[in-house]
Design a protein around this ligand. Structure first.
Ligand SMILES: Cc1ncc(C[n+]2csc(CCOP(=O)(O)OP(=O)(O)O)c2C)c(N)n1
Ligand SMILES: [Mg+2]
Length: 714
């Protein structure tokens, strides 16, 4: 079943006696080819070190010492079939999978033709569409949840009968250093991988250090494989990662476990790190000579060729010939790479968002053709209806998050009404679309976003829920450093068009932790669309656009607006879309413009009507509806008409969303202004619980009234 699988083996019990199958022995040709890959990897590092010292490249981090286990991995994983969530030490693996020496050096020189990032990322940040190596990044540990998301793709494809882009026995490789297993996301991913029996193989490349911090500081007891041993269905291998043959055999067993869908596996490989952490690090500062000498004796580039010759697998001559051919290849690749131009400066803005699907375009504008049905419906009802319509239309949509399912224990379905979200936005979805498409996540926000990114890379369209904006922060790394950057950093090769719905905002007596706004932290993140409807119909039209477009979208749903009567509307039909960047003039006026969004729209409007009735200024109220992009044209046209503008938002006043809008207006409409741009917003505090506090903190109708009077008196 989809949401949970039961462990087949209890902790401490004896595993079922499996046929003692062993890895097929590597042939002489394979062993010699392995040596060539290992040497090519090392020589590329050496070349990069040299180029860096000559200032011809700008960063170097090596895979030195990790070559044996990674080259061995090349024998058991299949490029373009399995999936690879790598980290910066994985040069030898990438070579074994088919990334070329030239490809690697293109990235080092920052060449436009670099296949991983086209000069946008540092070298050793691997990525290849053809080989199924999704773009990797620099934050240590973000690969885990994405990797298990990709593995979850295999599981869900099987459950849903999707075959396009999937193979029955595919597996996902996820690698990491020893230090990086300290990240919480490692443990979150292990929990889910084990719980769902996902076909993922973790390879921990334990070189004993995280920069200068030794493994016993990072890992309780010093051994990650000991710590994870009790995860149900996890197959654990411990191996000398400097020993190619032993590594191959361990990896083979681990991969078999995952291919046979018996659960995840973890290979704990002890490797060495002869070249310090990176070229910016000098390990002699924290490692004495005796420790480094002992490590050098294990160097696979020394021991492996010696073993090949001693065991009669290769001759001295073959070893020498291999070195000669590797050197020639590195030389040719270097000459080639140094000739390659860097990207043109004019390309900086390309592929921040999808260059192919434009959610501001006309194909996303059916606002003038609503097909109304039913009576007035609330915002929450319309969000629910859109989710259902879109899930009917697109069988790759999956919905998950905390409490979003009707009932996780499927045997209860039909006996109970079902939860369907703490606000009921997803109610009935699991019942209609099944547990493979609508399911609860663990209570872990990074888990939701990281998995969604992995699923998106496998062709799913995740529409996930973060239950409260106040708790989005554990997912912030995945949102800001991963989701939003994926397309740009991979030069449009990979993308993560996930829709993240989240509830936000105050006016509900929700105090500090159920009232947060903070949209500007996300509008300040290039690559992310940020949407914030104030009415039921706008929510319907904008959510549909969010789901159908090809960019990641943060969809902000104001809790206070979910069930108001003033913003209800009739459901505008299954093809109703509002494009991003199209504001709505809620009230026309001639004297003052108010630019706002979310729950302050109604307060601005009520105050405007009150002012008009009292013979005060005639206020034009503009609801932005989308915060990134925002409708400059509509705002500027109004400002040029009224010459007085207030930017209003629920967030605390300083550093908030309105600062940017105010600055833009000041820049572009200065000549039309008869008064300084004014802001109406919350106090620079958190939101208090007692009504006396909340009312004083959040902007009220009266706050708007005063602002209207003040600005016309300037
Ligand atoms: C989230 C995060 N924190 C800190 C860093 C800086 N950093 C880069 S690599 C690294 C050490 C990683 O050690 P380990 O996981 O053992 O991998 P190794 O480099 O030894 O292969 C650190 C602290 C980072 N890139 N990302
Ligand atoms: Mg390490």
């Amino acid at each position: 079943m989809a949401t949970q699988t039961r462990p087949t083996r209890k902790r401490g019990s004896t595993p079922p006696a499996a046929a003692p199958e062993a890895a097929p022995p590597l042939s002489r040709e394979q062993l010699l080819a392995a040596y060539r890959t290992m040497l090519l990897s090392r020589r590329l590092d050496d070349k990069e070190v040299q180029l860096k010292r000559q200032n011809k490249i700008f960063f170097q981090i090596s895979g030195a010492g990790h070559e044996a286990v990674l080259t061995a991995a090349g024998f058991v994983f299949k490029p373009g079939y399995d999936w690879f969530y790598t980290y910066y030490r994985d040069r030898a693996l990438c070579l074994a999978l088919g990334v070329t020496a030239a490809d690697m050096l293109y990235e080092a020189v920052g060449a436009a033709i670099g296949p991983a990032s086209g000069g946008r990322q540092m070298p050793s940040h691997w990525g290849s569409k053809a080989l199924n190596i999704p773009s990797s990044s620099s934050p240590t540990g973000t690969q885990f949840l994405q990797g298990i998301g990709a593995a979850e793709g295999s599981l869900r494809a099987k459950l849903l009968g999707l075959t396009d882009g999937f193979h029955d026995d595919e597996v996902v490789f996820v690698s990491t250093g020893d230090g990086t297993t300290s990240q919480g996301e490692f443990w979150e991913s292990m929990n889910t991988a084990s719980n769902l029996k996902l076909p993922v193989v973790y390879v921990v490349e334990d070189n004993g250090y995280a920069i200068s911090v030794p493994v016993e500081v990072n890992t309780a007891g010093g051994s990650i494989s000991d710590l994870v041993a009790s995860f149900p269905d996890l197959h654990v291998e411990r191996v000398d990662g400097c020993d190619l043959v032993a590594s191959y055999e361990a990896l083979w067993r681990a991969v078999r476990h995952a291919r046979e869908r018996k659960g995840p596996a973890l290979v704990h490989a002890k490797v060495i790190r002869p070249y310090s952490h990176s070229l910016s690090d000098d390990e002699t500062l924290y490692r004495p000579a005796e420790e480094r000498d002992a490590e050098a004796a294990r160097d696979p580039l020394v021991t492996f060729p010696a073993w090949l010759v001693a065991e009669g697998h290769a001759t001295e001559q073959q070893i020498a010939d291999t070195a000669e051919s590797v050197d020639a290849e590195v030389l040719a690749a270097t000459d080639d790479a140094l000739e390659q131009p860097q990207p043109d400066a004019s390309t900086v803005g390309w592929a921040v968002y999808s260059p192919d699907v434009d959610p501001t375009g006309e194909q996303f504008d059916t606002e003038d053709d609503p097909q109304f049905s039913g009576g007035d419906a609330t915002m929450i009802d319309q969000i629910n209806a859109v989710l259902k319509d879109e899930m009917r239309r697109n069988d790759r949509i999956v919905v998950f998050g905390e409490d979003v399912a009707d009932v996780s224990r499927e045997e209860y379905l039909g006996k109970v009404k079902g939860k369907g979200g703490v606000f009921k936005a997803t109610h009935g979805l699991q019942t209609e679309f099944g547990s493979a498409r609508v399911y609860n996540s663990p209570l872990a926000e990074a888990n939701i976003i990281g998995r969604a990114i992995g699923l998106a890379q496998r062709g799913f369209k995740p529409v996930v829920e973060i239950q409260f904006f106040d708790y989005i922060w554990t997912a912030f790394m995945q949102l800001r450093d991963e989701l939003a950057t994926m397309r740009w950093r991979s030069n449009n090769t990979f993308a993560a068009p996930v829709v993240v719905r989240t509830t936000y905002g105050g006016y509900i007596r929700g105090a500090i932790y159920h009232s947060q706004t903070g949209a500007s932290l996300f509008t300040h993140t290039p690559g992310l669309r940020v949407v914030c409807p104030s009415s039921a119909i706008d929510a319907a039209g904008l959510l549909r656009t969010a789901i159908r477009c090809d960019d990641p979208v943060l969809f902000l749903e104001h809790k206070h607006l979910y069930r108001q009567t003033y913003n209800k509307g009739r459901y505008p039909g299954a093809n109703f879309m509002i494009p991003f960047g199209k504001a709505r003039v809620v009230r026309e006026g001639t004297d003052v413009t108010v630019v706002t969004y979310g729950a302050t729209v109604q307060r601005a409007l009520a105050a405007a009507n009150q002012a008009a009735e009292a013979g005060g200024p005639d206020v034009e109220v503009i609801d932005l509806r989308t915060l990134n992009p925002w409708d400059q044209d509509a705002v500027y046209a109004s400002v040029k008409k009224t010459s007085r503008v207030i930017v209003a938002y629920e967030d605390s006043i300083s550093w908030g969303y309105g600062a940017e809008i105010a600055a833009r207006i000041a820049d572009d409409c200065f000549a039309w202004l008869d008064a300084p741009v004014k802001r109406v917003a919350s106090t620079d505090t958190f939101v208090g619980y007692a009504p006396s506090l909340e009312d004083a903190i959040l902007p009220q109708q009266e706050t708007f009234r005063r602002a209207y009077e003040e600005i016309v008196q300037f």
